[in-house]
Design a protein around this ligand. Structure first.
Ligand SMILES: Nc1ncnc2c1ncn2[C@@H]1O[C@H](COP(=O)(O)OP(=O)(O)OP(=O)(O)O)[C@@H](O)[C@H]1O
Ligand SMILES: [Mg+2]
Length: 280
């Protein structure tokens, strides 16, 4: 079976799609027996990749959804397209009812197409965009949920609200904080109740490449050394289990992401963060 890593947000557009692509671009070659990961756009609001990279959205998510309806399992990789920087993606249409319906189908019967058969290897990085009811089924089967947030008190308060909801498996979550953040990892883990945090820098040059806005930059060797990709590489090593230390129950060294385990599981109000920010 493939490993499923769901990437999503709770508010705004903090960089979910960019983060999913960054992780895939630097996914360790030795992970998953050398099988490259695939990014699947399953955002109920519609996809961005087809427009950003000028590629068709078929084959893509609609084909995965169609095969979810069929008795015989369809091929996930058959619905994938290679982007210019070597990441393969299953693209979604820009929106509309067909896209929303496709996400619902994939979140239900389509899960088996994402996960594949017993001998299928590899990682699916599933971009669900904003985490809504439609995506719940895709959180349930995820080995890890990467919750992407900006680093301010307001954004983290929304993350806190989501993490403290009933039915949320907080132990499976990694919080990816994009851009400036005045808080240390330990402060965030203790306040939000999530045990793993990764910081991804604000890096417009890398983000432009990952959004198809700077194709000429791809000719520059070493673009994978840009700050965002370097940080994503650290996270990808932990998520893929190719980090140095293994964490029991999870496939990777998630403790090495810089987090301090939350003592006792009690959540402190996120208002503490706001107070601290205004005081500084
Ligand atoms: N680390 C970053 N550094 C600089 N710019 C970034 C970074 N991450 C994302 N961006 C930029 O922010 C904008 C939104 O990013 P992205 O499309 O990844 O967000 P999203 O959360 O997927 O949004 P949506 O919910 O609309 O799909 C894009 O213009 C992207 O290039
Ligand atoms: Mg997106």
């Amino acid at each position: 079976m493939r490993r499923l890593i769901t990437v999503g947000s709770v508010k705004g557009a903090p960089g979910v799609t960019t983060t999913a692509l960054a992780l895939a671009a630097v996914w360790p070659e030795r992970a998953d027996g050398g099988v490259r990961p695939v990014v699947v756009e399953a955002d109920v609001s519609g996809g961005d990749l087809a427009v950003r990279f000028g590629c068709p959205h078929t084959p893509g998510l609609l084909d995965v959804a169609t095969s979810a309806r069929q008795e015989r399992q369809g091929s996930l990789l058959g619905a994938a397209t290679d982007l210019s920087f070597g990441v393969r993606v299953v693209a979604a249409p820009v929106g509309g009812r067909a896209c929303a319906e496709a996400v619902r189908l994939v979140a239900g019967a389509g899960q088996h197409v994402l996960l594949g058969e017993g001998d299928d290897r590899g990682t699916v990085l599933l971009d669900v965009g904003r985490i809504t009811e439609a995506a719940v089924g895709l959180l349930e089967v995820a080995e890890v949920v990467v919750l992407v947030s900006r680093g301010g008190a307001d954004a983290l308060a929304h993350a806190y609200a989501h993490l403290s909801e009933d039915g949320v498996h907080v132990e499976r979550y990694v919080l990816a904080v994009v851009g400036p953040c005045p808080y240390a990892a330990g402060e965030i883990t203790a306040t939000l109740g999530v045990s793993r945090v990764v910081f991804l820098p604000w890096d417009p040059k890398a983000a432009d490449i990952l959004a198809g806005r700077a194709r000429s930059e791809l000719r520059t060797s070493g673009w994978r050394a840009l700050r965002l990709l370097a940080a994503a590489g650290d996270a990808a090593r932990q998520l893929s289990g190719t980090g140095e230390v293994a964490v029991k129950g999870l496939s990777g060294d998630l403790a090495g992401l810089g987090a301090v385990p939350h003592p006792g599981g009690r959540l402190r109000p996120v208002a503490d963060l706001a107070t601290k920010e205004s005081a500084s």
